[in-house]
Design a protein around this ligand. Structure first.
Ligand code: C5P
Length: 228
């Protein structure tokens, strides 16, 4: 099956405070965007990548992925992440009409191991309408009341944190985005609302989302440790 990956990269990355969009932040000389896109292609499970960039940064982002060849397309994103994914999905329909599997992947998860990408694609190919990589929760989790007093200790055995790439059949993601309102931070959440089952595969700690300068330091350590 043909697979296309959508990479929303049109955000400002304000929390990182780097003064440039997060996707353009460099780790050991190479941008998160270029690392993320290369990782998708190198996994061997992704045929094409559509990057959604802020309209004023199409050239800038295009330069970051130029050496990765013609399987990478950069298109204008929108005001919210949802708008950017929707724009990339529409572009994918036009640019890669043969695609049956679609991934949505954060540029900020630039160090996602190939195994995770391949497992997500394989699960969709086996028939899952939606798949997310997850990690179990190491910390104890408590729910607090309005005053910050603990109201409950939550059973963490069934809790998972969710990473990307999230995988879908193209038809299911199209339906989800057809029904979506303006704001969603999690694509699988939209699919859940439609009543489709969302399967899980094992994520990996290296697939961390680079959000703060601490995460950048962790990313450098991940790179120094070499491939997994
Ligand atoms: O801000 P946050 O890290 O949650 O953003 C998640 C992803 O969505 C980032 O890769 C960001 O570039 C992207 N995004 C986008 N278009 C927007 C806002 C965010 O593509 N308008």
């Amino acid at each position: 099956m043909d697979t296309v990956a959508l990479v929303p990269a049109a955000g400002r990355g304000a929390r990182l405070g780097a003064g440039v969009p997060k996707a353009l932040v460099r780790v050991l000389g190479q941008s998160l965007l270029s690392r993320a896109v290369r990782g998708l292609l190198d996994s061997g499970s992704v045929g094409h990548v559509v990057v959604a960039a802020a309209p004023g940064q199409l050239d800038l982002m295009g330069r970051e992925v130029r050496d990765l060849g013609e399987r990478v397309h950069v298109v204008p994103g929108g005001g919210e992440r949802t708008d950017s994914v929707r724009a990339a999905l529409r572009a994918a329909d036009r640019l890669v009409p043969s695609a049956e599997v679609v991934l949505v992947h954060d540029a900020a998860r630039a160090f996602t191991p190939a195994r995770v990408i391949r497992d997500v694609v394989a699960a969709v190919e086996r028939g899952a309408p939606a798949v997310v990589p997850t990690l179990s929760v190491a910390d104890t989790i408590k729910r607090v009341d309005d005053e910050g007093v603990v109201a409950e200790t939550v059973d963490r055995s069934r809790l998972r944190t969710v990473q990307t790439p999230q995988g879908f059949t193209v038809d299911v993601l199209r339906e989800a985005y057809g029904a979506a309102g303006d704001v969603a931070t999690d694509d699988a959440g939209l699919v859940e609302r439609l009543g489709y089952p969302v399967e899980t595969v094992d994520g990996h700690t290296n697939a961390l989302k680079v959000t703060t300068s601490f995460d950048l330091a962790v990313a450098e350590a991940v790179l120094a440790a070499g491939p997994v």
